[in-house]
Design a protein around this ligand. Structure first.
Ligand SMILES: Cc1cc2nc3c(=O)[nH]c(=O)nc-3n(C[C@H](O)[C@H](O)[C@H](O)COP(=O)(O)OP(=O)(O)OC[C@H]3O[C@@H](n4cnc5c(N)ncnc54)[C@H](O)[C@@H]3O)c2cc1C
Length: 409
């Protein structure tokens, strides 16, 4: 087809839709590109992301390391990242005047600490390329036509496009993906990812605000285990160790109806034997000192006292008075400290959906549907999701960039 007649419709005015539209104009300068957004606001999630600061990507610069941060999509993203990854995102924004800073935890934010600079940059680019944005344009159906696809729009006349890019975001309910299933695509049922654990009525919640770093947490009876900082909250536990578990365990934990046990390994030790050695060293070094007054494991003091009391270890004891039973209890409290989780809480409103259009129906090198030629996918609509840390936006930039090429390498 003559490039000058190419009409491309992008469904969704979020991060993925904007990036797809810009990439489309870069690769197809003559195409007529239109972003169709159902609401009155474009880029609304970018605005509220990262607590209003927008964690735009992550300073993980090896493809194999980067892809490990995606519970869904790891294998396929390895291929996609060779076209556009974190280094490209950084360069893309910086070359357009957005200064970025990398935090100690590798999260990358705009130096201005304000998501609006990301929004302004994307809008500038869209304007520069003469891309049209149509708000209040709710696409309700997609009908295949000889020349491409007709989009049925709520309360408006349908529009026919030669190519379409779907960037309509994560859908919390299966019904939100029905129209894509009707076109023949396999849909992985949506379930929430990235949440914190509720541990109701447990006295540990009185220690809210305490952070222990690093710990390791596992869910017995599953293969789920992760490490990193753990934050005690007034409703249970949060922090990267918990959020990572929630993302990797999104489906399993949903099946358990969010009722399960967790075991906290407070010192992040490899095995029980290593914990026994640490306790033995404390006994030799601290001998006649009182357990409650010494805390050889660098745990926050309030937590140390709490754990001693939880496991009925007399805190008035001296280290050299610790009998075999008390030593075993100490191993338990340090290595497999158990809590009953009952329910979940959304992390800072950062709800991310696991599930969506199955990657088995998408050519990952082009993001084109294997079922409907000329239809491309990008962003959270796909069965791709990352852990917290800028990985979800990176997936949106990557898949949007590739989709925008419309199959051109
Ligand atoms: C509070 C919060 C904070 C977050 N913070 C971060 C962060 O700091 N870093 C990070 O990496 N990730 C973060 N995320 C996740 C990240 O925002 C998403 O993964 C990302 O926005 C997905 O982009 P998207 O373009 O695929 O979808 P969306 O941003 O959801 O955009 C989809 C757009 O499509 C429109 N749409 C839907 N259906 C239709 C239709 N039928 N017709 C027309 N338009 C339609 C929607 O109105 C929406 O504007 C956060 C999420 C939330 C909720």
């Amino acid at each position: 087809m003559n490039e000058k007649q190419l009409k491309v419709g992008i469904i969704g005015g979020g991060a993925a839709g904007f990036f797809a539209a810009i990439s489309c104009k870069q690769h197809h300068p003559y195409a007529d590109v239109i972003i169709l957004e159902k609401s009155s606001k474009i880029l609304s999630k970018v605005k509220i992301s990262g607590g209003g600061r927008c964690n735009v990507t992550n300073a993980t610069y090896s493809i194999s390391e980067l892809s490990k941060n995606y519970p869904r999509g790891e294998k396929q993203l390895k291929k996609a990242f060779s076209q556009f990854m974190t280094t490209h995102t950084k360069e893309w924004f910086e070359s357009r005047g957005v200064k970025l800073v990398t935090q100690k935890d590798k999260c990358i934010f705009p130096e201005a600490q304000d998501s609006q600079v990301i929004i302004d940059c994307l809008i500038n680019e869209v304007n520069k390329f003469g891309i049209t944005i149509k708000i209040h344009t709710h696409i309700e159906d997609i009908i295949a036509k000889e020349q491409g696809y007709e989009l049925a729009i709520r309360g408006q006349k349908p529009i026919v496009f030669n190519k379409i890019i779907l960037a309509s975001g994560g859908q919390p309910k299966m019904s939100g993906l029905q129209w894509l299933q009707d076109l023949g695509h396999k849909i992985e049922p949506p379930v929430p990812s990235l949440f914190t654990f509720n541990i109701p009525k447990n006295p540990i919640t009185e220690l809210m605000g305490i952070v222990v770093n690093p710990v390791s947490v596992k869910i017995p009876g599953t293969k789920l285990e992760d490490d990193g900082p753990l934050l005690i909250t007034h409703w249970g536990m949060s922090g990267p160790a918990i959020l990572k578990l929630s993302a990797w365990g999104a489906r399993v934990l949903k099946e358990k109806n969010y009722q399960f046990k967790i075991l906290v390994n407070w010192l992040n030790q490899k095995n029980e034997e290593a914990v026994r050695v640490l306790i033995q060293t404390a006994i030799s070094d601290l001998g006649g000192k009182m357990i409650k007054n010494t805390n050889p494991f660098d745990l926050p003091n309030r937590l140390w006292i709490f754990l001693l009391s939880k496991y009925d270890i007399n805190e008035e004891l001296r280290w050299n008075e610790l009998g075999k039973k008390a030593r075993n209890k100490m191993v338990q409290l340090l290595y497999i400290d158990e809590y009953e989780v009952s329910g979940k809480t959304t992390f800072k409103e950062e709800f991310v959906t696991c599930g969506g259009v199955s990657l088995s129906d998408v050519n990952i090198k082009t993001m084109e549907s294997k079922i409907c030629p000329g239809m491309y996918f990008s962003g959270e609509l796909l069965d791709i999701d990352g852990i917290t840390g800028g990985f979800n936006f990176q997936a949106a930039w990557t898949t949007g960039f590739i989709a925008g090429k419309l199959g051109n390498s």
